[in-house]
Ligand binder design. Structure first.
Ligand SMILES: Nc1ncnc2c1ncn2[C@@H]1O[C@H](COP(=O)(O)OP(=O)(O)OP(=O)(O)O)[C@@H](O)[C@H]1O
Ligand SMILES: Nc1ncnc2c1ncn2[C@@H]1O[C@H](COP(=O)(O)OP(=O)(O)OP(=O)(O)O)[C@@H](O)[C@H]1O
Lengths: 220, 220
């Protein structure tokens, strides 16, 4: 199984770590804070106390043998830079680091970080797209005006057919096209538009941003 | 045009604000920090200095007339709670707040916040899904092990058919099912699997996380 080291187990680092572990990866998390280390025992493969800026610590933990490392230290820019440089020197094949701003991000990339993440900025953009479309739980753009949306079916649409609710199963027609309906843990792919929706259903649809906007205004 | 008030113009708040402004919304950002306020002049409709926990400030700014408000204060939980309660009392129709953890999030919801965002945690999950799958530009989960992925077609797969590249157009069969191909600004929905992919194509597919993982390992 692939192995990933997470340096800094704050909210971002821990979330990456836990998700990877649940996906079947071997995950080692390192943090200076004893409380944080303890909290993560059992939630990942190994939860270790240590300083990510300490070269011998990283060597002893076998950093060179990992498939990837994520530098998830946010506030301490110096620590983030130092750990990234150490990982680069240890030839870790994929180094991802979070950054607070583009200046830090560019600096990290020059130091050998392969990919920079801006969690707060990226979530901000994402929220903006789904803000006034609260039924839109998630949105993935394909072009600037076309995308795939994950919509929580509003309660009052329950027991209506997919067509009555405003979606189509005909991909040649305009409008929001239904890709899948998730009910509990079950997924139904490309359902017919005469099928009913139930309370709590979550649907994935493909369509123009304008049609998504219209769906929202029609229903609000 | 719809109007949104952003309380706290840190990296998350400013990102929501700038994106909304670029999307055509009227955006008012409020922050206690003069430097932050100045930085945002011209980037949003109005950039104002003030304390989001001050009821008369929110009243004077016409908070009740906004379509939505985003409480983007992260570290100061008390300020985040107070502003949220004030907005709820002013009957703002949509209040979104960020939270550091579920305890804070649940508390905010009880106080009238309609939607809670966990930027760090949500970006962490998102990164985990695309970490060792660099071709996966974005991922939207439908269930814990099934989702929709936006994949950048690796160069060496160009001029191969969709089927040769490892995707299917048969939604009854197992495997990654092709929803759409984006080429330049054009979108082709539910293409046939004998159609060729070209350099630079971006595709949206639906499938099990395991199949996505397998696609990646087959190609790396
Ligand atoms: N040199 C270091 N070595 C190991 N862990 C560190 C080091 N410096 C900070 N950390 C840990 O990294 C984690 C994230 O710290 P940070 O100061 O970035 O908090 P944060 O920005 O609030 O993080 P998040 O937004 O992910 O919650 C903390 O748990 C902290 O103990
Ligand atoms: N009571 C308040 N009224 C208005 N603005 C505030 C108030 N409290 C904090 N802010 C502002 O909110 C912004 C975000 O502050 P915060 O302490 O949450 O930083 P942060 O967690 O690093 O934010 P981000 O992660 O979005 O960069 C800051 O610019 C700060 O000045």
């Amino acid at each position: 199984a692939k192995s990933v080291m997470i340096l800094g187990m704050g909210r971002f680092g821990a979330s990456v770590a836990h998700t990877l572990f649940q996906m079947g990866y071997d995950v080692l998390g390192i943090d200076t804070d004893e409380k944080v280390v303890q909290e993560n025992v059992g939630k990942i493969t190994f939860s270790v106390q240590g300083d990510a800026t300490n070269e011998s610590t990283l060597k002893e933990l076998g950093a060179s043998n990992f498939d990837a490392a994520v530098v998830a230290i946010g506030t301490n820019m110096q620590a983030s830079l130092m750990s990234s440089v150490l990982l680069a020197n240890l030839d870790v094949p994929l180094i991802v680091a979070r950054a607070q701003d583009e200046l830090q991000g560019n600096t990290l990339q020059r130091m050998g970080v392969h990919r920079v993440i801006y969690p707060e900025q990226e979530m901000g953009e994402f929220l903006a797209h789904s803000l006034l479309n609260p039924d839109v739980l998630e949105y993935m753009d394909l072009t600037p005006d076309y995308g795939i949306s994950k919509i929580k079916v509003p309660d009052y649409l329950q027991d209506q057919s997919i067509a009555e609710a405003g979606f189509t199963d005909d991909w040649e027609k305009p409008g929001l096209k239904i890709i899948a309906v998730k009910r509990g843990k079950e997924i139904t792919l490309l359902p017919g538009e005469s099928e009913d929706l139930r309370k709590g259903d979550v649907i994935a649809v493909a369509g123009k941003d304008d049609d998504l906007e219209k769906f929202h205004t029609d229903h609000n």
